[in-house]
Design a binder for this molecule. Structure first.
Ligand code: FAD
Length: 390
């Protein structure tokens, strides 16, 4: 089994000054009180367009994002590629609302796919439906409420945008991941993604659905998806994650008096995640899998299941994925051992990427142990650099 503790490998492409900056940032993020105040302040600052670029761009933004434009992402792409990792260029602008803005977002995603034709370091395209669709409309459709004539037309436009992205990914020969979101819009997303898989995954795994294993129903869903794909003649592909909206989901369920869709505790989520990974690896002749996690144990379990099945580390249908700025010790050590690894590389105008940055700060505060682990590893590497010459 590989060691994730090799910090020389994990931080090979980080300068000492970048590591010091990251250390201070994680130290701040470790304090929930500061993150709460900071998130509140940044939300307001963003809304009233307070000029904070000078403070955010070289620090938090540089740590978690690739750049504001595709050109700015080139340095990050080259760094990943020189360590054998692929990038998932993620246009992470959020809070867009108009049809024009949704079309613009689609065009940005199409541009990343276009770029992948000449830049081999891009392994996947990615998008989330709320980047190209109105949240309220996805919610209405998920609830099965009747849509007005205007809404029917808007809904068709959402499907067209998604289809254009997948079509273009298919032509460029790269897979496209579709992120999972809140349960109350996810039913509509599931329906569209299944249609897209039927259309585009005939010969190759082009469209990757995302399953959040903190949901009590998703293990069953995965098995059903696999069975349905046989009947309907397509190849299922999934990115497995634990899920990012737990608090919000639980609060809403309690407020609206319905049973929480989330697993009762972390142990149950962990078990469902590992079970889903195992199921996919068992069925790897059909399903393509991306293991989207910063959890060391789950990565080890995935590697173990692969070795039980005597699969090569670089099996073409299995990849691991982490977010830029998080768990480099997992990504870089896995890549060194020949596993397929891709890093989500969010990009977009600073102001529009702000909600993503706030979520990362909140996640690093709320996920017990995560920040402590990052701090420990950065400190270890800084010490190593001080005492060694290589
Ligand atoms: C490459 C990549 C892509 C991602 N894409 C998406 C996406 O499309 N949609 C999305 O929602 N998220 C996405 N995420 C975020 C992901 O869902 C997790 O929030 C994040 O990765 C933390 O989980 P973990 O597996 O890394 O590990 P851990 O740190 O071990 O797990 C933390 C997670 O466990 C779950 N959890 C924690 N406490 C409890 C509890 N008491 N009861 C039940 N469950 C609990 C929560 O999901 C929490 O986020 C993505 C993450 C990565 C790395």
């Amino acid at each position: 089994m590989i060691s994730f503790d090799n910090t020389k490998v994990a931080f090979a492409d980080k300068t000492t000054s970048e590591l010091r900056k990251a250390y201070w940032m994680f130290l701040l993020v470790k304090r929930p009180f500061l993150v709460k105040i900071g998130s509140w302040f940044l939300n307001i600052a963003n809304r009233i367009k307070l000029p904070l670029r000078w403070a955010l761009k070289p620090t938090v933004f540089a740590h978690f994002c690739g750049g504001e434009t595709l050109e700015e992402c080139e340095t990050a792409l080259n760094k990943l590629s020189s360590s054998g990792l692929k990038a998932v260029l993620d246009y992470a602008a959020e809070g867009v609302q108009t049809e024009k803005e949704f079309d613009e977002a689609r065009d940005r995603i199409l541009a990343t796919i276009e770029m992948s034709k000449t830049n081999e370091s891009i392994g996947f395209a990615v998008f989330k439906f709320t980047g190209i669709a109105r949240f309220a409309l996805l919610e209405k459709q998920s609830n099965g409420e009747p849509l007005s004539q205007q809404e029917i037309a808007d809904y068709q436009r959402i499907k067209t945008r998604a289809r254009q992205i997948c079509e273009s990914a298919k032509d460029a020969g790269i897979p496209v991941m579709i992120d999972a979101e809140e349960t109350w819009i996810q039913t509509a997303i599931d329906e569209i993604v299944e249609e897209l898989m039927i259309k585009f995954n005939k010969e190759r795994h082009i469209v990757y659905h995302t399953l959040q294993m903190y949901r009590v129903d998703k293990l069953f869903y995965l098995k059903k998806l696999c069975a349905d794909s046989k009947k309907k003649g397509y190849l299922p592909a999934v990115k497995l994650v634990r899920g990012a909206y737990m608090e919000k989901e639980r609060e809403r369920a309690e407020k609206m008096s319905y049973a929480s869709p989330i697993q009762p505790d972390k142990i149950a989520t962990d078990a469902a995640f590992d079970e889903a990974v195992k199921f996919c690896i068992k069925n790897i002749e059909r399903i393509a899998l991306s293991v989207g996690t910063h959890n060391e144990k789950s990565c080890e379990e995935a590697m173990r299941f692969m070795s039980v099945r005597e699969l090569k580390n670089n099996h073409p249908l299995i990849s691991f994925s982490q977010l830029k700025g998080m768990s480099d010790h997992i990504s870089y050590n896995l890549a060194l051992e020949g596993y397929n690894v891709s890093k989500y590389l969010p990009y977009g105008p600073l102001r529009l990427v702000m909600p993503y940055l706030i979520r990362r700060a909140e996640e690093n505060t709320s996920v017990a142990g995560q920040t402590g682990r990052e701090l420990y590893l950065i400190k270890k590497e800084l010490k190593r650099r001080k005492t060694s010459k290589s």
